[in-house]
Design a protein around this ligand. Sequence first.
Ligand code: ADE
Length: 235
Amino acid sequence: DIRLGIMSALAEEQSGLIDAMENPSRLVHGMREYTAGSLWGIESVAVLSRIGKVAAGMTAATLVEKFGVTHIVFTGVAGSADPDVQVGDVVIADSLVQHDMDASPLFPRFEVPLTGLSHLPSDLALSDRLAAAAGKFLEATSGPRLHRGLIGSGDLFVHDGKRLAALKSALPGLLAVEMEGAAVAQVCFELGIPFAVIRTISDNADESAAVDFVEFVRTVASRYAFGIIENFCRS
Ligand code: ADE
């Protein structure tokens, strides 16, 4: 049986899920509130990681080591890095890269030193199940599309077309940028925990990113997270 860790960076990316939990119990540890309970029959622990790679990495490790989760799903929003990926679309990571990792010339750019990897793969079975859940959710809305591919994470809110273009040319196939997924990927890789990352596009990581991000998070982010996780747990 699985015990699912559900992570998001912001409250709006997870709201509703806590209320939907049966027999919730809360525990505060390391400046985060972990809520354990049952979500549509699946034993789950939900937590807000806060923002950035270190915040997400420490939260993922705590979910595994202290709360005994067997699988992790990260849900949240991201900036688009591809003209085909539009605001409102959903991206599920096949693999994730820490786009601000650069220990060259000691290691190739983007490679996480001593892992031998720059592209950290997510768990295929978990991602497939999440994709089916997201597809079902999007069917009901008509318009937004589901994409699968490369997500880049860094301690950077990308809000500059030139910066984004530079990242895209260094990372072929990059679909979206955010600030946590690849840190969760590294922790899960090192601990041997299957994980998946699903992101709704809130902005185009350009000069209007900040305004679009705030508006999207305020108005729609939580509907996606709730609907997709509900379908996931029921599947
Ligand atoms: N999350 C949502 N939009 C983002 C952006 N433009 N850059 C980094 N993380 C994001």
